[in-house]
Design a protein around this ligand. Sequence first.
Ligand code: ADP
Length: 611
Amino acid sequence: MDRSSSLAQAVPGLWQFGRYFWPIIRPQWPLLTVSGLALLADVGLRVLEPWPMKVIFDYVLVPARGDAPVRLDPLSAWDPALLLTGAVVAMVALTGLRAVATYWNTVSLAIASSRIMAQIRDRLYRHLQRLSLGYHTQARSGDLIVRVSGDASRLQEVLITAALPLVSSLLTLVGMVVVMVWLDWRLALLSTVTFPLFGLAATRFSKRIRRASLQQRQREGAVAATAAESLAAIKLVQALSLENAFADTFAQQNQRSLGDVVETKRLAAHLERTVDVVIALGTALVLWVGARLVIQDALTPGDVLVFLSYLKNAFKPVQNFAKYTGRLAKAAASGERILDVMETQPEVRDRPNARPAPIFAGAVRLENLWFAYKPGHPVLKGLHLSVQPGQQVAVVGPSGSGKSTLMSLLLRLYEPTAGSVRIDGQDIRDFTLDSLRPQISVVLQESLLFAASIRENIAYGVAGVSDADIEAAAHLAHAHDFITALPQGYDTPVGERGATLSGGQRQRIAIARAAIRQTPILILDEPTTGLDRVSEKAVVDALRQLALGRTTFLITHDLSLVPQVDHILYLEQGQVVEQGTHSELLSQNGPYATLFRMQKALREETSVGAV
Ligand code: ADP
């Protein structure tokens, strides 16, 4: 039977997967060896299974009816009663031993594969986190979650429920064919005439099954992604009454994915029933010819019994062959999706000669810095800037002018298209990412808190901090008072997105988080946007404390925060239009001065209105 063609798509994929993760698989060799030996024992015992029955037929039943034994061999000299007992005991013993072998085979494989998969999943997750922002802004997070959880467990499950039975039934088939040829080659040949029919059916269907199941996986990924996206932004979805629109999209995707499931099942069922008919055909042929051979004394009835039993037992797994190949094909698809992620190189990664950064003093220089998200569409066009350690720089300008992009480049979330970012005179690409990023802390416009206590949120990822350090950071961030006023104080759990705290409180926790890191460089990206005046004042005070002695970049469109900084950079369409101190820029009467005066007038107007 031509199994290879039906497995042709699945096996290379799985092979490649195995090779890629070989360093993780190899250490499990003792368990895998136990599993392999147990498998061989299982196969041997299965081949022996019908033999006690043959002995009973040929040496106990047939002689008892007065016929002479068909063949003269050592066994015919034995006492039939003893043979009968022996055969019956052997029958039970074979099954018992097989149970033990199968048990060890499955259990040791399950342990080994769980260990392997856990490590693969860890690696996958680590790798995903390291992939550049450029990748994540394009990939859908729901789809990535399916890859980390669904695809990895599917592979493990398939290994045990499909690959193992498949290998075991293939070996059994080979063993049984060898014994059949040894018993009677003509009848063996006859049994194998149905093989091409199996091959034909299997090749026809498994390609289609594979295609359908790959599509099913992709659709499931899309369903998960839609759900994840809308649930992550549930506030917005509800506020804009988008529930129905999302529900409709979800229902459509769900329906399509359902159609694929049915199609896969339909194809598999078709193949299985075809195999049923082919087996019946084989059995009929063997009985027809076998019975004649017995009448001609060329075979014993026991031999025909062995043949029939082999046909049934060897082909029963073949009946499930479609199921196994289907599952293997799905596993191969899962493997491909995992490899696909693993083989995506982070665009931003350590250079071969990267070295750990020393502790920075905090001098930052931009040298002719260019950057484009898409080739040919530069977002930053040749920026120059020199900042002394501890200086504070405000980056202002209309939205879309490239301010956030500039901060991403400082953090090395993206690589410059040309030019460089230098810290203390060194190109930041010469440093390892792990030593660069921990020296820069960030407070963003909307700070995400992790689903953990406030204490953990402040200290997240910083080793060796004491409760006193955490409280000191909270004091600096003007957060201590409101935290201690909460019923559980620092142990108060905050929701997945910190939903139980106000915007200003969240910002102050983010400031404490930045403070505890004691980094020489600080990036504040619109940290007060969206806050009311009272919260804003508390946050601004906290930020002033935080910025003391650190090289600070403040992105803001609220110019009331700006006058105190040492240097102002006014960006427009990726270029510096003006730069200097507040008073210098005011006297230049350029776009900064215009904007500043306009905002000031507006503020005075609203505060007068409020009074
Ligand atoms: P600002 O912070 O000044 O509002 P940004 O740095 O966010 O400006 O954006 C600068 C330009 O880059 C904008 O035209 C924006 O559309 C574009 N941009 C920002 N992020 C991306 C991205 N991930 N992919 C492609 N273009 C982007």
